[in-house]
Design a protein around this ligand. Structure first.
Ligand code: FAD
Length: 295
């Protein structure tokens, strides 16, 4: 198969970028530089995550509104059910709607403080599907949800996990964004199983360019993502070589995207970790150019 990435520069892809709310002024500057760098690529939307238990509520809000009003990128606010009543969550959503934010990434959230099991807040939304039903009563938001090609750790099995995803689409989601993964076959299998279960909405792969291999290993253990042996081998010996590591990361992510593209994927969501360069380089290799620039 001829590489669509490195020979054709098709440029027919659509992207979105995910950021997290910064804690300090310095981190805020980094985030903002990244937003400015990625903006000319014309993302469909940029989303901002929501810390455990709503701990970042006001910081998430501030960045979401800023991304939309100052950078002019349609912004999506992540929102979870954790440690909040329905009324509190509805209030956060209403506030977004009043400020012109029309897109929510609706999530259950993880148990707070490292608790082993998730327990819904008394009076709160029980899970993501329940949250979507509530949000749709507040206003007609565009809703994205989470999906798990390698199965969510709380799920009894693949079938139940896909049934849960279907429930989220049936409740009003228009798009699912996947947890990060490194094996494209695992995404294709998931996409096929979802289609067979009657899910016809968009399933967008979440791409995690590896900034720190140790951090990705930690996250993978928590969320059940498999790290292929070959990948550990590629990062071995690069702990003190950040620049070489970045080149390796870009190559791995670009190869993943190339294979996804060859399998028909045209939409990509990047976990930027507030850094632009890796996501920018991968989008560039997928043929994206700044809007207005000649190819
Ligand atoms: P749900 O879809 O509600 O379900 C989670 C699991 O529970 C599934 O396995 C499902 O099968 C099972 N389940 C749900 N309901 C039932 C039921 N009634 N009976 C049996 N099983 C059930 N976390 C944050 O805190 N903040 C963020 O900003 C954030 N952003 C994310 C963005 C993306 C793209 C992704 C993929 C994840 C994100 N997360 C975030 C992590 C997410 O909150 C966790 O993965 C969480 O554990 C599950 O959330 P969910 O919305 O997928 O839950």
């Amino acid at each position: 198969h001829d590489s669509p990435l490195f020979s054709g520069l098709p440029g027919d892809i659509e992207t979105s970028f995910e950021f997290f709310p910064p804690k300090t002024d310095k981190m805020s500057e980094t985030l903002w530089r990244s937003v400015e760098t990625l903006k000319p690529l014309g993302p469909r939307f940029a989303s901002v995550t929501y810390g455990a238990g709503g701990s970042t509520r006001s910081r998430t809000h501030k960045q979401v509104v800023r991304i939309q009003s100052e950078a002019g990128i349609p912004a999506a606010a992540h929102l979870t059910c954790v440690q909040a009543t329905r009324e509190e969550v509805d209030e956060v959503a209403r506030h977004y709607w009043d400020e012109g934010i029309r897109h929510i990434v609706a999530l259950r959230g993880d148990p707070p403080d490292g608790a082993a099991h998730y327990t819904p807040h008394p009076g709160g939304y029980a899970n993501a599907a329940d949250l979507i039903t509530g949000l749709k009563k507040v206003a007609d938001f565009e809703i994205s949800v989470a999906a798990y090609p390698e199965v969510h750790p709380d799920s009894p099995d693949r079938q139940a996990d896909i049934a849960n995803l279907k429930t989220k689409f049936d409740a009003g989601a228009t798009r699912a964004i996947t947890q990060f993964f490194f094996d494209p076959e695992c995404f294709f299998r998931f996409r096929d199983e979802a289609a067979a279960a009657g899910i016809h909405g968009e399933i967008v792969p979440g791409i995690m360019p590896v900034l720190s291999f140790a951090a990705v290993q930690r996250m993978s253990t928590l969320c059940g993502t498999a790290i292929p042996d070959w990948m550990a081998g590629l990062f071995d010996g690069l702990d003190d070589r950040p620049e070489a590591r970045q080149l390796v990361s870009a190559t791995i992510a670009a190869e993943l995207c190339r294979r996804l593209y060859a399998g028909g994927v045209r939409q990509f969501h990047f976990y930027t970790l507030n850094r632009a360069e890796l996501s920018y380089a991968i989008c560039h290799m997928l043929g994206l150019r700044p809007k207005g620039a000649t190819a």
